[in-house]
Design a protein around this ligand. Structure first.
Ligand code: TTP
Ligand code: MG
Length: 357
């Protein structure tokens, strides 16, 4: 029997800031771009649960977050505290949390800066697995003064959805026999891989929950979405055979910059890209990694449309010049018809290296 857990930290960046700055205690905290009294560009990275009560959440324009905080203030509630992103610090905290988990389990996959999957099959029962997770949560809370939410199930999909059910500080166990009844009432969007577009597509067909999608046969879904359709069919039934990928290195190093003004000045943008390349390269050199395989570039246009493109060169990149060259090659199509047919101005560029070894 497989027993898999998914652990996800609660309001991660904001919780760290709240912990480290006693004056923030109990206040709504927003981590992200500088709001500049409502004129700021960029977005919210995350908000703590107090700030979420104001409607502030990840990826919301920071100017909108500022507005929501002002509205709250006019209603006699405390204003939100806005803090910049200190990614390096959060990475360090993330590493400490992983060290704690590694004391209890051996097979672990680091899925992002604040979430991991681990295998608890050797504990043989859900009850024992639950006890281990309680200990992990307790140690994170006492040593790091942070809370995590954990989901336990028969595979990664079930564990991931379960960890989100009782946030913050939750621990949710979904036994194999309960998977179908647990999944059916969920909104389609809870299924990883079903994004806003697919959701919209199904809404038109009157399908909004996992239960609704189950009326389609595997062939139906395959004819609508190809291979992805089979994936939806299985996920709706809580089926997921994907292994815990311990070696698969999801770690990455990246940076992004939001411009003061949307711009189409190619000289300016290339300069900023050069700067990002240098700064990512420096962090890579300072890290313990020796190589990386993939370069990913994100471009956000005026109006928030965002595109990401990545490239994995055949040969490893050896030096800064090579890195700059490859990054520029990914970027150039954004200046012409290939990636920017409507000639939109650019608001943000981000550069990330992945598959670090
Ligand atoms: P999440 O786990 O999605 O969010 P969270 O930990 O802040 O809150 P929750 O309690 O709901 O889990 O993401 C982890 C961190 O990643 C988050 O603290 C900040 C960062 N992040 C961004 O910078 N931008 C984003 O759009 C998202 C979703 C997360
Ligand atoms: Mg989280």
């Amino acid at each position: 029997m497989r027993i898999i857990a998914h652990l996800d930290m609660d309001a991660f960046f904001a919780a760290i800031e709240e912990r480290d700055q006693p004056r923030f205690k109990g206040l709504p905290v927003v981590v992200g771009a500088d709001p500049k009294d409502g004129k700021g560009r960029g977005v919210v990275s995350t908000a703590n649960y107090k700030a979420r009560e104001y409607g502030i959440h990840s990826a919301l324009p920071i100017s909108k977050a500022w507005e929501l905080s002002e509205i709250a203030k006019s209603q006699g509630k405390p204003k939100a505290v806005f803090v910049g992103v200190d990614f390096k610090h959060y990475e360090e905290v993330s590493e400490k949390i992983i060290e704690i988990i590694k004391k209890y389990v051996t097979l672990i996959e680091i899925a992002s800066i604040d979430e991991v999957y681990f295998d608890l099959s050797s504990f043989k029962s859900y009850k024992k697995a639950q006890e281990v997770c309680k200990k992990i949560k307790y140690e994170i809370k006492s040593k790091e003064k942070l809370t995590a939410s954990v989901g336990i199930g028969s595979n990664k999909l079930v564990a991931k959805i379960a960890s989100d059910m009782q946030k913050p500080d939750g621990l949710t166990v979904v036994k194999s026999e309960d998977v179908e009844s647990f999944f059916e009432p969920l909104s389609l969007r809870k299924i990883p891989g079903i994004g806003p577009k697919t959701e919209e597509f199904f809404k038109k067909l009157g399908v909004s929950t996992v239960k609704d999608i189950k009326k389609y046969s595997q062939e139906d879904l395959k004819s609508m979405f190809g291979k992805l359709g089979i994936d939806f069919y299985e996920k709706a039934r809580g089926i997921d055979n994907s292994p815990i990928e311990e070696c698969y290195d999801t770690k990455s190093i990246g940076e992004q910059e939001t411009f003061e003004k949307d711009t189409f000045d190619s000289g300016f943008i290339s300069e900023r890209l050069k700067f990002l390349t240098e700064s990512v390269w420096q962090r890579f050199k300072k890290s313990d990694f020796k190589k990386f395989r993939t370069i990913a570039l994100t471009v956000r246009f005026q109006g928030f449309e965002t595109k990401s493109r990545s490239y994995t060169p055949k040969e490893n990149i050896r030096d800064l010049d090579g890195f700059r060259f490859e990054a520029l090659k990914i970027f150039i199509p954004f200046l012409d018809r290939r990636e920017n047919p409507n000639h939109k101005s650019i608001r943000l560029i981000g550069l990330r290296i992945k598959n670090l070894k």
